[in-house]
Write a protein that binds this ligand. Sequence first.
Ligand code: NI
Length: 137
Amino acid sequence: MVYITRRERFSAAHKLAIPAWSEEQNFKTFGKCANPNWHGHNYTLYVTVKGIPEPSTGFVVDLSTLGDIIKEEVIQHVDHKNLNLDVEFTKHLMTSTENLAIAFWQRLESRIAEIGGVLHCIKLQETENNYVEYYGE
Ligand code: NI
């Protein structure tokens, strides 16, 4: 089994806050991500696919095709958007990195299966110091 990864990047705005809470409580829990007037992150998304290399091409899946799928299903919807307001598949969520990784998995899994790959991991990096990994469990 071989694991291959495609990296894509996007920039987006969001806010993490629970409306019923005080501003102070939100800042205590969510830090700078609770800023009432939004803020942005430069996200890096790593999509890892597993499979057996196809004998003729030597590819698990075509990485350029994988990149196109990630752009179609995720990047074009979220890049330079407000994740809490603009994006159909994230605006009902607390837009934590964890929840975004799950939402991206749900959009990508079947599309990747169509090109013969098995989605293994969504890794989403929000800042230099923080990232999450989701394996579909
Ligand atoms: Ni944030």
